[in-house]
Design a protein around this ligand. Structure first.
Ligand SMILES: Cc1cc2nc3c(=O)[nH]c(=O)nc-3n(C[C@H](O)[C@H](O)[C@H](O)COP(=O)(O)OP(=O)(O)OC[C@H]3O[C@@H](n4cnc5c(N)ncnc54)[C@H](O)[C@@H]3O)c2cc1C
Length: 451
């Protein structure tokens, strides 16, 4: 097997672990022989997961980023088939000028199709569209015994559902076919509305969910008091004017953060100061504008390697969803606990998930209130805070997102995802990840398949 030297890292740069080997996959007709491997295998694409679900300490990382070709595009039906290492950015470049868009998109376009399926990703339109997995028609899965299985809702159906949201553990997705969404032009009509409390967030959400395809909010959680938080509610729809279809979209030139900033730069005081400025920079209660899709969907992509803001020790993201029935109380307890800790979350995003069910066995999204937070890694203090948040999320009937986790305990994972037992039977016996070994007692077979 051919190998590479670079050590794969996830976006949070915590934890840092070394695989025994990195094996690139270049061609679908020239696949590495996985039948005699001695270490656990795991696919890795662009490392846009935050924690260790894409990492494989001591194992063999299969680098999918070279498997990046389009295979077929039915421009009438809006169905695309491509290799699993094709990024969402590649897809957008191909399909937007032809009047199509991604059915679901996360907060960055530098995610592979394989990664989008393996984490059954969600986007700003979850309340209208559900998860990415709902749009996957079929894919081909390479198993460690050399089998190549076509999977769809009618063929190898259980493996299809296990692979969607299956954290890369069921085998290697070589290519996938999925449905796109028609658009008239590349622009979004959007509103940004300031809100002063969690209750006001709920009010604006209630009035927006029906008419707006995309909703999400930036929130300042450090204000304290009965309001609980304040923020900006963004909502938008695809613009419908045919005349804009030919209006050129200005290209974004990303800024770069050339070095890791010192850890002390982001603390609760600087985060408070940033929040104050960001909240007040929009003077009007509501701003209405037409913008290209890029800054609406991917504002963070305009800063290259922004994880460097958090310094050399990296950061942890924490995303949970709690049911609407317990959402208000959970938010009260969680935000209170964060304020008490003195830790500040620099980027905090709040959204309501809808009730469109996910096809994946282990998928994270479900109806409720979801909050994503970023914390600089300050060792035990940060870990203790997140353990306490886990207790509140569990007691509230919620779950935490594995794609963004680097530290949850086996007890928490197994309580959040009791279906992991059912899922386990579809894991390829030679596949595993640092995450999976941390949260389950399962042993990975380390002996050669044919040995
Ligand atoms: C700025 C930012 C914003 C984000 N916003 C969102 C969001 O809004 N919603 C959301 O859901 N997520 C979000 N994410 C998380 C991101 O979408 C997911 O973690 C995604 O899965 C990363 O894809 P990747 O291609 O980088 O894969 P990696 O991170 O390299 O791997 C992710 C998983 O996919 C598996 N995998 C990769 N390729 C294959 C393959 N070919 N076959 C089988 N398994 C494979 C890996 O084993 C691993 O388990 C965000 C991340 C960032 C950095």
């Amino acid at each position: 097997m051919r190998t590479e030297n670079a050590t794969p890292q996830s976006w949070g740069h915590y934890p840092t672990v070394k695989p025994a080997q990195v094996t690139p996959i270049f061609w679908r007709n020239e696949l590495p022989d996985l039948t005699n491997v001695k270490q656990p295998l795991l696919p890795f694409a662009y490392g846009r997961s935050y924690g260790d679900s894409c990492l494989n300490e001591g194992g063999i990382t299969l680098d999918m980023s070279h498997l990046r070709r389009f295979i077929a595009f039915d421009e009438q039906a809006g169905v695309l088939r491509c290799e699993a290492g094709v990024s969402l950015a590649d897809v957008l470049e191909l399909v937007v000028p032809r009047g199509w868009f991604l059915p679901v998109s996360p907060g960055t376009k530098f995610v592979s199709i394989g990664g989008a399926i393996a984490n059954d990703i969600h986007g700003k339109n979850h309340h209208k569209a559900g998860t990415f997995g709902r749009y996957v028609i079929s894919f081909e899965l390479l198993r460690s015994n050399g089998e190549r299985l076509q999977c769809s809702a009618t063929e190898n159906e259980a493996l299809f559902r296990a692979t969607i949201g299956g954290l890369g553990l069921t085998g290697v997705i070589l290519w996938a076919e999925f449905r796109l969404k028609p658009i008239v032009n590349p622009y979004i009509v959007m509103d940004s509305i300031r809100f002063e409390s969690l209750d006001e967030f709920f009010d604006i959400s209630a009035e927006s969910d029906h008419d707006y395809e995309y909703t999400m909010s930036w929130v300042d959680i450090l204000i304290g008091g009965a309001a609980l938080c304040r923020g900006k509610f963004m909502r938008g729809n695809h613009n419908q004017e045919a005349a804009l279809a030919t209006k050129p979209v200005k290209k974004q030139f990303p800024l770069a953060i050339p070095i890791n900033l010192p850890t002390f730069v982001l603390n609760s005081l600087t985060v408070k100061a940033f929040n104050e400025v960001y909240y007040h920079v929009q003077r009007e209660k509501r701003v209405h504008k037409i913008v290209p899709y890029d800054p609406f969907f991917y504002p963070l992509d305009s800063i290259h390697e922004w994880y460097r803001l958090y310094g050399k020790r990296g950061f942890l993201q924490y995303q949970f969803v709690v049911p609407f029935t317990t959402g208000h109380d959970a938010m009260h307890d969680i935000l209170g606990r964060i304020r008490k800790s003195g830790e500040g979350s620099f980027l905090t995003v709040l959204k309501k998930f809808g009730d469109i069910s996910s096809p994946g066995m282990l998928s994270f999204p479900r109806p409720g209130l979801t909050l994503a937070l970023d914390f600089s890694y300050h060792g035990k203090k940060t870990l203790a805070l997140l353990n306490d948040l886990d207790t509140i999320v569990r007691q509230s009937g919620g779950v935490v997102y594995p794609a963004k986790d680097a530290r949850m305990t086996p007890e928490s994972f197994q309580a959040y995802y009791p279906q992991w037992h059912e899922f386990e039977q579809y894991i390829d016996p030679h596949f595993s990840s640092s995450f999976w070994r941390r949260v389950t007692p399962s042993e990975v077979a380390l002996l050669p398949v044919n040995g």
